[in-house]
Ligand binder design. Structure first.
Ligand code: PLP
Length: 233
């Protein structure tokens, strides 16, 4: 099972507690969406005990497993990974936020399968890498306007993943480009696309993201790191 191989069990909850405390001291009101793809339900429940109740999963099957394992735990569920159209039905009425709305065919499938309006972030390709997912900048405004007819979709924000680089200027530029697009959408004052949120910032760039108006930080490895991997950020 390929899935099992990549997962490491980390039951040292003391570290999670320490990691959360260290991160929280840097925040200015941002929501942490814990990216839990590499941990189990046990760690998710520990996060919830520590006050991190926004949980983000990447893969449909993993999400369903952990969703079931966490029934009874008060969690706001985010889906942050690429979502295949043929898997929408399996999860779409179980999640609270989708961070990866990136194409019209996905919007159409959500409109069919979702029962109530879903909070969606439009994923934008901010790294200008061909391999990265997300809509191109110049496609976003048109797409947003078309969402008027999709009453099961509410555009709450934009999501982006920066280039994996140590050049913080490059990261900052791509985040600010996304912020400017957010302002442009907000200026349209569309009731179905308030676009108040910005889902930017991962473990390696969340401090830059905070400076660039992030509202939702999607954090994975930094929450679950061990003592020996501590490095000043
Ligand atoms: C894994 C993941 C993250 C978190 O990445 P880290 O570098 O571990 O913080 C954020 N967003 C998405 C879409 C992810 O898949």
């Amino acid at each position: 099972m390929q899935q099992e191989k990549t997962k490491k069990k980390r039951s040292d909850t003391l570290n999670i507690k320490k990691n959360v405390a260290a991160i929280l001291s840097n925040l200015k009101g941002q929501t942490i969406v814990a990216a839990t793809k590499n941990v189990f339900a046990e760690e998710i429940k520990e996060l919830v005990r520590l006050g991190i109740t926004d949980i983000g999963e990447n893969r449909v099957d993993d999400f369903l497993k952990k969703y079931n394992d966490c029934i009874g735990t008060p969690i706001t569920w985010h889906f942050i990974g690429h979502l295949q159209t043929n898997k929408v039905k399996k999860i779409i009425n179980k999640i609270d936020f989708l961070h990866s709305l990136d194409r019209m065919s996905l919007a159409e499938q959500i409109q069919k399968d979702r029962l109530t309006p879903l909070n969606c972030f439009i994923e934008v390709n901010i790294s200008s890498e061909k391999s990265k997912t997300g809509m191109e900048f110049n496609e976003v405004l048109d797409f947003v306007k078309k969402m008027e007819k999709y009453d099961k979709i509410r555009i709450v924000g934009l999501m982006g993943m920066a280039l994996n680089t140590t050049d913080s200027k490059v990261i900052e530029k791509s985040f600010l480009d996304l912020y400017n697009l957010q302002l442009e959408i907000q200026s349209l004052q569309l009731p179905f696309a308030e676009t108040n949120f910005l889902s930017i910032g991962m473990s390696n760039d969340y401090l830059v993201a905070i400076l660039c108006h992030s509202t939702h930080l999607r954090l994975g490895s930094i929450l679950f790191r061990n003592e020996e991997s501590y490095e000043p950020f």
